[in-house]
Design a protein around this ligand. Structure first.
Ligand code: NAP
Length: 335
């Protein structure tokens, strides 16, 4: 039996996930949609799906077994709490929520419920290249990881809509999450350095170098450049005690022509991570069908929120900003 899913938020990624759930993946039906703008939900609704007046109506509906949240970040808290109260599995696009207090509230509700219901949309964990990189590190043949260099370059960002805080509270969360996962370590402090500003972004503070200090002593450097012009370029290299392991540059096809030899660069994140998005939903559908969740958890969303908050403090202070986490609830120990 196909899993009956309702999608909240039918903007850019909501529409892409509806396409994925209806045209790419099996074992799932999109039976309902809701958006703050009803007309947008109506336009995005697959044939036969109900357009609900509010997200809470969608969550409460008997026809909806599991929910995908693609609304903007500040709306996630209320919608997640609604899903947990209804005991329904939920895939929530990043960010989990936009404050530490909200993350703790969602965690408290899920812990009280007694088992995992929430999967956060950190799709890099489902990318085949990242998974191979993690397998090498976990295999132990290179020894302990000491440093991880993460490069996150966007061709451009929407002028006016993408503000100077967003490299740190919107873009960095992917690098922060994948660093914690790759190194199996928590971030305990953050520093931020701002080099010469790119003239391509006008007043936008760009680029950034972020240092994530991990509990083991390992250090992650993250380059975030959001106006690099040439494409969407994601790189990663882990330096260990006895060797180095790196992501391949994608796509790996090498083109030779009269201009020379080159590897082409994806235009944006949709192209680079298209298979990872598909895979995160494949695994979510299986878990949600069993009434639970897999992969990145509420704990991981909480950790990323703390990193973003610390990075915003660090860019202001210019200093090392410490992160204090609560003790990890047993529910997330095996996540
Ligand atoms: P978007 O195009 O602005 O879409 C968000 C949609 O949700 C809009 O239609 C918005 O309506 C609607 N909405 C806002 N508040 C709502 C509420 N309370 N209830 C119902 N609908 C509501 O944004 P997007 O780019 O799709 O991003 C959506 C989420 O996905 C964000 O959290 C973003 O960070 C995340 N995201 C993740 C990735 C990834 O790589 N994993 C990539 C892109 C985006 P209005 O426009 O009228 O506010």
């Amino acid at each position: 039996m196909a899993l009956k899913v309702g999608v909240i938020g039918t903007g850019m990624i909501g529409q892409d996930h509806i396409r994925r759930l209806t045209k790419v993946l099996s074992g799932v039906d999109v039976v309902g949609v809701a958006d703050i703008e009803r007309a947008r939900a109506e336009a995005a609704a697959p044939e036969g799906a109900t357009v609900f007046d509010t997200p809470q109506d969608l969550i409460a509906s008997d026809t909806v077994e599991a929910i995908v949240i693609c609304s903007w970040g500040p709306a996630h808290e209320e919608q997640l709490l609604g899903c947990i109260a209804a005991g329904k599995p939920v895939f929530c696009e990043k960010p989990l929520v936009t404050s530490e207090a909200a993350a703790l509230k969602v965690m408290e509700a899920e812990v009280a419920y007694g088992h995992r219901l929430v999967q956060v949309g950190f799709m890099r964990r489902f990318d085949a290249d990242y998974r191979r990189l993690k397998a090498v590190i976990d295999g132990g043949t290179l020894g302990a990881p000491l440093m991880y260099k993460s490069i996150h370059r966007n061709a451009s960002v929407p002028a006016g809509l993408y503000t100077s805080d967003m490299p740190l509270n919107d873009t960095l969360v992917h690098d922060a999450d994948v660093s914690r996962w790759l190194l199996d370590d928590e971030v305990v402090g953050v520093e931020v350095r701002v080099p010469r500003r790119s003239s391509r972004g006008g007043e936008l503070r760009d680029p950034h170098i972020v240092l994530l200090h991990c509990g083991s002593g390992a250090i992650v450097t993250v380059e975030i450049s959001v106006n690099i012009s040439y494409g969407y370029d994601i790189r990663g290299e882990v330096a260990c005690e006895q060797g180095v392991a790196a992501l391949p540059n994608r796509p790996a096809t090498v083109v030779s022509d009269r201009f020379g030899i080159r590897q082409e660069i994806p235009e944006d994140w949709r192209e680079r991570f298209i298979e990872a998005y598909d895979q995160e939903f494949r695994e979510w559908i299986v878990a949600a069908g069993q009434g639970t969740a897999t992969g990145p958890s509420t704990w991981d969303g909480y950790a990323a929120t703390l990193v973003a908050d610390a990075a915003l403090r660090a860019v202001e202070s210019g200093a090392f900003e410490q992160i204090a986490m609560i003790a990890k609830p047993a529910l997330y120990e095996t996540a």
